[in-house]
Design a protein. Sequence first.
Length: 378
Amino acid sequence: MCKLTALTLGAGFAGQGHSEAFRYHGVEIAGMASRTADVVERVAGEMGIPYAGTDWCQALEELSPDIVLVGTPGGAHFEPVMSAIELGCHVFCDKPITTSADKARQMYAAAREKGVKTAFAASFRYQPNALLAKQLVADGAIGEPWETECISHYNLNPLIPFGWSHRIDAGGGRLSNNFTHKLSICEHVLNGHIVSVNGEARSDLPRVPVVGGVHDFRERGRFAPESADDVEAWESADSEWTYTVMARLDTPLATRQPVSALFKHGGLQPRYQNDYVAFYGSEGAILIEGAYAQGPLRLKVGKGEWTEMPVTAEITDSLADIENDTQRNWTRLAELFAGDIRGESIEPYQTFKDGWIYQSTIDAVREGNGWVGLAQDL
């Protein structure tokens, strides 16, 4: 096996998760860089990573890694990614790859010109039940696919402390961090790609509390004040917490016209029924419970009953035995990406080309100017 080394950018949830995912497949994590010295030194020490620092540029020069793993918020991606590409590093980057379609296009163009490989980690397409849906659709279980829809409501606490998720320029917003996964699932299941979009996004939180001590965004809820009366300082916010997206997906499985897609998400609104991902066709339908297709999956053919379908052994065997969905999905993408770098024969995965198209989609929805056709390449 070709020995590869990686530098991780970010010491939080994503940075740690990316590091573990690539270690699982034999990549040496040579170093970690993050903005806070005591945090990155502690995390690197706990993970047995030999190099820890706060200067990503210096880390790139000193370590000369084969791969750079980008696990910082989207607003901090552009400069280090462009520098890594210039040095000839392959880049694995979490979503969104950056905060505007123009910058995303520059990143994709630079990687293509330099000849480095890239991966775009909208990785919930590797959920077991999403892979099962892909198999069923390919086998014709619902006939010709006609429609897909993804509906979710999270009922999040509006007093969650201020952080990167509240600002578009920092990589925040539900489109960047929720819609990307759903679109990835639908494209993968349908073996298709988005070609046009229409929609709107709404910012429901003009201001949010400022609270110290939050490092891991998964823990932010426990720092939230009990009520607005307890808040001593506020910060402005501009990221969307609700969106409605209509799209058309081209797929060779639909012969007459593109598949119609609806993505509806309310970050602050309560759910009345379970979140779900659904696919409707000329002969049947698939419904998967969970915003990200966590399952179970039920199939309905014709006028028959809804039948729960088990995940096949083939799918289970293709994935790492990891309970956490996010970590398992990163690990699967890491396997494909590292395998591609090593010259192995692997299935296609999402790259910066997809990241650019996704950011173009997000920008169009935020602008809200009606139907927009999406460029498919430079």
